[in-house]
Design a protein around this ligand. Structure first.
Ligand code: ZN
Length: 702
């Protein structure tokens, strides 16, 4: 492992941060980021770091202080504020106690914060407080775990790191671990670091560079021993090509996503769904396809802080029947049921030993491993599912290395249970504040236009995962680049030509291959044209007919097939128009084709109700733009209408405003809000049309 410390970079951190935060925190920030940049050392909020110094209070007095990484912060990209400052003296005195529960300990941390608004520091804060060194680094390095998680783990650590480290058995993070660490340190103060079996490694130093460099050196020595010892590579008879595995993901994910949806008891929103992200890398396929894949997969996680993301064990599917969809579904369904029953038994075995009992979590797996496919990882959103996926990447790498050198030994079931049902760990998941569409996936057609872009924005703001689809090109790319800056990985661009059945099927597959399924389809793509019937040539009519009618048919048809496989209902929302009810002259092709599409959507509401799918329509009056995005309608009718009425753009908007009862300006955001009304299932409604027009008596649906 490379030592990435560069004096010029360190100096840059001092220039940037020292004036406000002091030189120690500036260098702490730099070294923490170096650790964070190495996924073989820490993953997603794993590991923690600290520095001791002083804090100047309001009276100008300098008091001893410790700055510890706050819980939930990632070392990668951490800022100085990511280390919370605490009053060190009273923290050190806690060592006199015999025991200290986590809740009280965390309250004590909050009491000792210098800044009452600072984030709560790590559960391992007292380890940092009790050790005397100025800088302390703690990681869950892959190479260290690959040695400690073996039957003769301590011996291997000694072989790799000699007498320079102290070795502690596994102790659950918290007060007891901190006390044990302090005692072990005092027993051997000349040690350069400490290894905690089945957990990780701690290094220290009087400078940030010293502590960091010791970490890199010790982990590198562990890596060297592993390479030297690697003799028994996993045997893979036939490895599945990644392309084939990805094809299977689109086949398996919707079935599995349906099976992993938890019934909620709410008739309007009957399922709590999850997002499923695939993992089909070469290494993972080699692992699941190997002779020892099953055996290794069903061993405990590398370290206990992984299991709130992955659960103690994955679900393993033996010999999946990819060629027989009915058999495959039965196989998956039975496997999920068995897993749930086993999870229930595991909770029952241990819950009795927890004072006050536990409220049990859902019994469903977070990670599903399948020969010939790789892994599917579940989470409440793409981010948490992605964290589980990254953990599996490292789990597979470490377990493969262990298999090559010796035999894997993970934490005992008691330890796993204790950690899984550890209230402080669960706080990391932040399950409380979930937005209404957080667990859902939407596909929006015609996304790059005015209404489509507003719908995407609204859905994203409600936590939804959104596949923005439109014809490939700049408009789609620009929209997604813009929204990605604010909403990150929850928005993807998927090129789609709604008139081409192959393109529609491919777009659905692309979304399923990203998030495991689709729950909401917004049929918004449409084109307009202005021509009196006398001048309307049949080819131009057919062009509208292909997009507005056939496009709607193809998208609804594909959605219906997908919803049937997924088995958790769904929503289709068709963006209709007031012209369906109140057509305008010279607007025959548009009004007639939209009316046909509207009728298809109504029929879908009849046919799909039995699947729990609701189909509703929103019918806006003219929308010409959203922000800088002009609608297709504008390009077609805007200039023409302006000319016909002798108005400019503002004047035309005013004309439309004046013609409705409420004298309201109708915006794309209004249409998006109407879509949201149906998407969040506020009422048990299907086959209905919600006008968004400020009140146009002629256009009221009847
Ligand atoms: Zn740790």
């Amino acid at each position: 492992m490379e030592n990435r410390w560069r004096d010029d970079e360190a100096a840059e951190f001092i220039r940037k941060y020292a004036a406000q935060w002091g030189e120690d925190l500036a260098l702490r920030t730099y070294a923490s980021r170096l650790l964070g940049a190495e996924p073989d050392l820490v993953l997603h909020g794993g590991g923690n770091t600290s520095v001791k110094g002083t804090h100047t209070n309001l009276l100008g007095e300098r008091v001893p202080a410790i700055y510890v990484k706050a819980s939930g912060f990632d070392l990668e990209g951490i800022e100085p504020a990511g280390h919370s400052g605490l009053d060190l003296v009273p923290l050190k005195k806690l060592r006199a106690l015999d025991d200290l529960g986590d809740e009280t300990m965390m309250e004590e941390f909050r009491t000792r914060l210098f800044n009452p608004h600072a984030a709560t520091p790590s559960l391992e804060t007292l380890v940092h407080a009790f050790l005397p060194a100025k800088f302390i680094d703690h990681t869950h390095a892959d190479a260290i775990l690959a040695l400690t998680n073996q039957t003769n783990g301590e011996k291997l650590i000694r072989e790799a790191l000699g007498d320079e480290v102290t070795v502690l058995p596994y102790i659950r993070p918290g007060f007891k671990l901190a006390k044990a660490v302090a005692e072990a340190f005092e027993g051997k103060p000349q040690a350069r670091g400490m290894v905690w079996l089945k957990h990780g490694i701690v290094t220290w130093g009087e400078t940030a560079q010293q502590s960091y460099s010791t970490m890199i050196e010790l982990v590198s020595r562990a890596e060297d021993l592993l390479s030297k010892r690697a003799t028994k590579a996993l045997k893979v008879a036939v490895q599945t090509p990644a392309e084939k595995a990805r094809g299977r993901v689109t086949q398996v994910a919707p079935i599995l996503r349906g099976l992993l949806a938890q019934p909620s008891g709410d008739q309007d929103r009957p399922f709590r769904r999850s997002i499923l992200v695939p993992l089909t890398t070469h290494d993972v396929l080699a692992f699941v396809d190997s002779d020892r894949g099953r055996e290794l997969a069903l061993t405990p996680p590398l370290t206990s802080d992984h299991l709130i993301r992955t659960k103690a064990l994955p679900l393993w599917i033996d010999a999946p029947c990819y060629d027989d969809p009915t058999k495959l579904r039965d196989q998956l369904s039975k496997a999920v049921q068995d897993y749930s029953a086993q999870y229930g038994a595991y909770v029952a075995r241990h819950a009795a030993h927890i004072p006050g009992g536990v409220s049990r979590f859902d019994p469903l797996p977070r990670v599903v491993l399948m020969p010939g496919l790789g892994a599917l990882c579940a989470g409440q959103n793409a981010k948490t599912a992605g964290i589980a996926r990254d953990i599996i990447v490292h789990t597979v790498a470490v377990k493969s290395r262990v298999a090559a050198t010796g035999s894997y030994e993970g934490l005992s079931e008691e330890h796993l249970f204790e950690m899984e049902y550890h209230s402080f760990q669960q706080a990391k998941l932040g399950a409380s504040a979930e937005t209404p569409l957080a667990r859902e996936v939407a596909l929006v057609t015609g996304a790059a236009g005015a209404i489509g872009s507003a719908i995407c924005e609204e859905l994203l703001e409600q936590g939804c995962h959104v596949a923005a689809t439109d014809l490939a090109g700049e408009a789609l790319k620009n929209l997604v680049d813009e929204l990605r800056a604010k909403h990150g990985e929850r928005i993807i661009a998927v090129p789609l030509d709604v008139t081409d059945p192959k393109s529609v099927a491919q777009a659905f597959s692309a979304v399923i291959g990203t998030w495991g399924g689709i729950d909401l389809v917004v049929v918004n793509a449409g084109v307009a044209m202005v021509a009196p019937l006398a001048d309307l040539d049949v080819e131009s009519f057919r062009k509208l007919e292909r997009v507005n009618v056939e496009g709607t048919l193809l998208v609804i048809g594909e959605a219906a097939r997908h919803f049937r496989i997924q088995g958790t209902g769904g929503d289709i929302i068709f963006v209709s128009t007031k012209n369906v009810f109140s057509p305008g002259s010279k607007f025959g092709a548009y009004s007639a084709t939209k009316a046909a599409a509207h009728q298809l959507a109504r029929i879908a509401s009849l046919e799909l109700a039995e699947l729990g799918v609701r189909v509703n329509m929103v019918a806006p009056d003219a929308i010409f733009s959203h922000g800088g995005r002009k609608s297709g309608l504008w390009a077609e009718v805007g200039p023409d209408r302006m000319r016909a009425r002798g108005l400019d753009e503002k004047g035309l908007e005013e004309y439309y405003r004046q013609r409705n009862l409420l004298k309201a300006t109708i915006t794309a955001r209004h249409v998006a809000k109407a879509v949201l009304f149906f998407a969040t299932r506020q009422t048990p409604t299907t086959g209905a049309t919600l006008p968004v027009d400020g009140g146009l008596p002629d256009a009221t649906p009847r």
